[in-house]
Design a protein around this ligand. Structure first.
Ligand SMILES: Cc1cc2nc3c(=O)[nH]c(=O)nc-3n(C[C@H](O)[C@H](O)[C@H](O)COP(=O)(O)O)c2cc1C
Length: 175
């Protein structure tokens, strides 16, 4: 089965982006294997590169063994969150040999605001391009949530577009 490394850019327990990722996972059963990367990593510091922290080694291993990377990003101050950027920085090193370089990528995101993480995703596309990642351009997944978006099970109630999106991700990552 196609394996994807999933980077959810939020550490909070009731993350809406985590809820979206879990919905994708459920909808993709049988086609994609989700491996969540724990983004609670030490802040990147070049001084640490000589003796890379175990959590970073684990994150690198997951990405290295995956067919592609799915970013599910919140938007902070019109950009990606610090934890996403920090993880990418770790995964892009050592220079020229980072495990994330050249991987397939897909981007999705959710927010309470009307713009659906469009600004954050645009910034992430720049970074992904710089890293020679092969990005699924379309379909795009921008979600503006309301108090009614998630059901009792914590997953999206309306899964029609989420299903279209994750099916496209599965096809793209399997190519
Ligand atoms: C520091 C900070 C900055 C934020 N900036 C934005 C923003 O620029 N655009 C936006 O749509 N939401 C912004 N938000 C609101 C987030 O979309 C909201 O907190 C969301 O729940 C975060 O995703 P999560 O639930 O997956 O953690 C911001 C939140 C924080 C804490």
């Amino acid at each position: 089965m196609t394996k994807i490394a999933v980077l959810v850019g939020s550490l909070q327990q009731n993350s809406i982006n985590n809820a979206v990722a879990k919905t994708f996972e459920k909808l993709s059963e049988g086609t994609l294997e989700f491996e969540y990367v724990d983004l609670n990593l030490p802040l990147f510091n070049q001084d640490l590169e000589a003796d890379v922290p175990a959590e970073v080694e684990k994150a690198r291993e997951i990405v290295e063994n995956a067919d592609g990377v799915l970013f599910v990003t919140p938007e902070y101050n019109r950009s990606v969150t610090g934890v996403i950027k920090n993880a990418i920085d770790w995964l892009s090193r050592p220079y020229g040999e980072g495990v994330i370089i050249g991987k397939k990528a897909a981007i999705a995101g959710a927010t309470w605001s009307p713009l659906g993480t469009a600004a954050a995703q645009a910034e992430l596309r720049n970074i992904v391009g710089y890293l020679n990642m092969h990005l699924m351009g379309q379909p795009e997944f921008y979600l503006s949530v309301t108090p009614d978006t998630f059901g009792e099970d914590g997953l999206l109630k309306d899964t029609a577009f989420a299903k279209t999106y994750i099916d496209a991700v599965a096809a793209f990552m399997a190519e």
